[in-house]
Design a protein around this ligand. Structure first.
Ligand code: ZN
Length: 149
């Protein structure tokens, strides 16, 4: 699977502009073009990722087209084919919900905010589904939840 721009820069999907700028500088420093042709390609990719993600309009367009490309890869946005977790399997804190990634085991690898939950898709039986990606290993999972009474 092609790396997303977020993976290229090594930031989370919800990274702020300053996190993106910082990650960009670090990536440029650690991937110096002198190191060969592959590095040069990577630098181009890093620059592309940065220019897109640092611009809110371009970033939104990118996010949407990336979701589309995931759909084409076989899972649709409802997350068919992905492992499903309930929101009760997440820890709740003031920032939202988080859990350990089932694949790479990183703590708080999977996070959801209140805002994310507002964007879930109704599952047809009273609940909602949302797909979310591990910020570390990029695993996608599906989370099922129900509106609070
Ligand atoms: Zn992971």
């Amino acid at each position: 699977m092609q790396m997303s721009y977020y993976e290229v820069l090594g930031v989370a999907d919800n990274a702020s502009e300053s996190e993106i700028k910082l990650a960009y500088k670090e990536k440029l420093l650690t991937n110096h073009p002198d190191k060969g042709v592959t590095q040069q390609t990577l630098i181009t990719l890093i620059k592309q990722a940065y220019t897109t993600l640092v611009n809110p309009v371009e970033r939104q367009k990118y996010d949407e087209s990336f979701k589309e490309s995931i759909k084409r890869l076989g899972f649709n946005v409802s997350g068919d084919g992905l492992d499903t977790y309930g929101l009760e399997e997440f820890e709740e804190d003031e920032a939202g919900w988080n859990r350990e990634c089932p694949r790479c085991q990183i703590r708080e690898g999977i996070t959801l905010t209140e805002e994310d939950l507002e964007n879930g898709s109704p599952d047809g039986s009273g609940g909602y589904d949302i797909i979310v990606q591990c910020s570390s290993c990029s695993l996608w999972i599906k989370v099922k939840y129900y509106e609070a009474e």
